[in-house]
Ligand binder design. Structure first.
Ligand code: F6R
Length: 641
């Protein structure tokens, strides 16, 4: 048995209509479709009709939809749904959520760390487990506490008479007591046959938001779950519980004391979750990059002409004392950090380290009050990055987050936030979030250079002006993308592709390789071009495809070296493709095809050179007939370590 190893990241949706209709099913299925980016191994729904009804299916949501057609649910007063991403164990119908125990059903996001111990205890008390999941343990625990309620008069009176349902109050008491026994992270939505029209929910270190409707209410692990229905939301805090009916929301703290709900307005457009005519979200998001970069750079000067990062809450005096920067992030976000290192060290003369967030705290890094830790994350919910910033703050470091999701855990737990304005990114493979992260890193570097006096105001202005020209240049790369797509269609049968770059082209090469791996399932590796003859060149043979990110000819010391590397692999029979600056004749003569980008300052080139590589991966995956937006085994937010 894998027990607690069956972990999930998952999307959660709940809806209460109060009446008897199929509205909750529609809302929950619609919400799951919008949250499918979080995981898609299996999905399920549980509804409160006259009795508890559950439907679950392995695979994408369309399988659950088909099942609901074949085995329709009866009209319901409330429903909860779940889309799952498991890291261990086969995604089976039995392991899919919702899980049931007695007359209750629940969905869960997170990990119950003491599930094994609880399972043994509950089993000895008579519980029978059918799945391998930690979630089923939570279901049995809450059920047994619900059944035992009344015998234990120390239980608090959560919700009290306001719920107008003794069963709802009893369920809330059971969940509050369970929370004291559960270790780990969780968002739980629970329904019970005794309490029609009620969902009881709680969270610890895992996201949960409520949406307020008229005569109906919503729950989700993300506002995207219900943003098409309402723009009024309630944030549920750490260890808080909510009792949700169609007309009412009661929020309590962990002791069952009623708390004031924290209302807020949802301020992003739900259309962001639609493809707007594009065949895939990834293509739409690649095309949105000029806007994502421009929006991230917009309104950054104050009346005196100084660069002003309004949301940055670390005082300038403190930034002047920083003696080291450590950038943490995972995957694509970490590559953005690697580009940032070149810019920040060059402009500010501060040493910059870049570390994968999941490695950071385990190497016992030297971090002091004078260290600025920069955490980069699109979702703001990546658990590895969250753990890294917690570790950094424990050592006294200041943490600045570059995130795309306002209100996310990383933004809340950091000392300062610099928001990227890429808009909602739905495709699993990150594209516009990456270029927006690069833009934010440049802003940070220039801001530090300004407050620390490394650059004069006119120099900053000049850098900013050139940065402001980048969105139009990205647009021109997009306009010329057909040549990239043509090449991509010839690469669909390749078994390995290598990406090589130097200087800021090195992280871009790694990002290009990551994109191809994750969506086209082709083995790809990114190397520093200079590393080639220290080993990787042994991989080069007749017909092997190598993509070079060529530096600008205006930096001859870099350019000439990469041209030599191209010659070296060509001499061994490689097929060479280059991303190079327009008019780079030398690259054009050596390569089978050149993907041209307009000239730009060296440090800004990644904003342009990454774009053909995104398009290349996307088109290869499409040619192979793969699901570009939801590649196998991956999920958009990696909310487990
Ligand atoms: C790759 C990709 C991932 C993420 C990584 C971090 O295309 O999307 O490598 O960049 O999982 O995610 P965030 O930025 O949400 O912390």
């Amino acid at each position: 048995m894998l027990h607690g190893l069956i972990r999930n990241m998952c999307g959660i949706v709940g809806h209460v209509s109060g009446g008897a209709s199929l509205r909750s099913q529609e809302v929950v299925m619609g919400g799951l479709a919008r949250l499918e980016y979080r995981g898609y191994d299996s999905a399920g729904i549980a509804a409160l009709g006259n009795e508890l009804q559950v439907r679950k299916a392995v695979g994408k949501l369309q399988n659950l939809r088909a099942l609901l057609k074949a085995e329709p649910l009866a009209p319901m007063s409330a429903a909860i749904g779940h889309t799952r991403w498991a890291t261990h164990g086969t995604p089976t119908t039995t392991n899919a959520h919702p899980h049931t125990a007695g007359h209750l059903a629940l969905v869960h996001n997170g990990i119950i760390e003491n599930a094994d111990a609880l399972r043994v205890k509950l089993h000895s008390e008579g519980a029978t487990f059918v799945s391998e999941t930690d979630t089923e343990v939570a279901a049995h625990l809450i059920n047994s506490l619900y059944e035992a309620d009344g015998e234990n008069d120390t239980l608090v009176a959560a919700g009290g008479a306001d719920t107008q349902s003794p069963a709802a109050a009893r369920l809330a008491r059971a969940l509050l007591t369970a929370m004291r026994q559960l270790e780990g992270t969780f968002t739980l939505l629970v329904i019970h046959e005794d309490a029609p029209g009620v969902i009881v929910a709680a969270r610890r270190s895992s996201p949960l938001v409520l949406g307020i409707g008229e005569g109906e209410n919503f729950l989700g692990s993300d506002v995207l779950a219900f943003a098409e229905h309402t723009d009024k939301a309630v944030e549920i805090g750490q260890d808080e519980l909510a009792i949700v009916t169609a007309e009412n929301i009661i929020v309590t703290d962990k002791d069952g004391q009623v708390a004031q709900p924290k209302y807020y307005q949802i301020n992003f457009q739900t259309e962001a979750a639609d493809k707007a005519g594009w065949p895939t979200f990834m293509e739409k998001e690649i095309a949105e990059q000029p806007r994502a970069i421009a929006d991230t750079l917009a309104d950054r000067f104050d009346a005196t002409g100084h660069l002003a990062l309004d949301e940055l809450r670390i005082p300038a005096e403190l930034l002047r004392t920083i003696d080291k920067i450590v950038v943490v992030g995972c995957g694509t976000a970490a590559y953005a950090g690697q580009v940032a290192r070149y810019a920040i060290e060059h402009w500010c003369r501060i040493p910059v380290e870049v570390e994968l967030a999941h490695e950071f705290r385990y190497r016992d890094p030297v971090v002091t009050e004078k260290t600025l830790v920069v955490a980069i994350s699109q979702s703001g919910e990546t658990m590895d990055t969250i753990m890294a910033i917690r570790h950094a703050r424990e050592q006294g470091a200041r943490v600045l987050a570059i995130v795309n999701t306002p209100g996310s855990t990383i933004s809340r737990e950091s000392d300062a936030v610099l928001l990227t304005h890429a808009g909602r990114e739905i495709a699993v493979a990150s594209t516009k979030a990456f270029t927006a992260q690069l833009a934010a890193c440049y802003l940070l570097g220039l801001y530090l250079a300004q407050v620390r006096g490394n650059k004069y105001i006119d120099e900053i202005e000049d850098y900013m002006q050139k940065l402001g020209e980048i969105p139009a240049k990205v647009q021109s790369v997009l306009a010329g993308a057909e040549s990239v797509r043509q090449v991509a269609r010839t690469l669909a049968e390749e078994s390995s592709v290598y990406f090589l770059g130097r200087h800021v082209g090195f992280p871009v090469a790694m990002e290009g390789a990551l994109k191809l791996k994750e969506i086209a399932y082709i083995h790809a590796e990114g190397f520093a071009a200079g590393e080639l003859k220290h080993g990787p060149i042994a991989l080069i043979d007749e017909g092997v495809v190598v993509v070079f990110v060529v530096p600008t000819p205006r930096r001859p010391e870099l350019h000439a070296k990469v041209l030599s590397n191209i010659a070296e692999v060509k001499a061994r029979g490689a097929r060479v493709f280059c991303v190079a600056e327009e008019g780079d004749q030398a690259a054009a003569e050596l390569a089978e095809a050149v993907f041209a980008v307009p000239p730009a300052p060296t440090l800004y080139l990644p904003l342009l050179t990454v774009v053909p590589l995104q398009i290349l991966a996307c088109e290869v995956a499409k040619t192979r007939g793969l699901d570009v937006d939801q590649p196998r085994n991956l999920a958009k937010s990696v909310t487990v370590e």
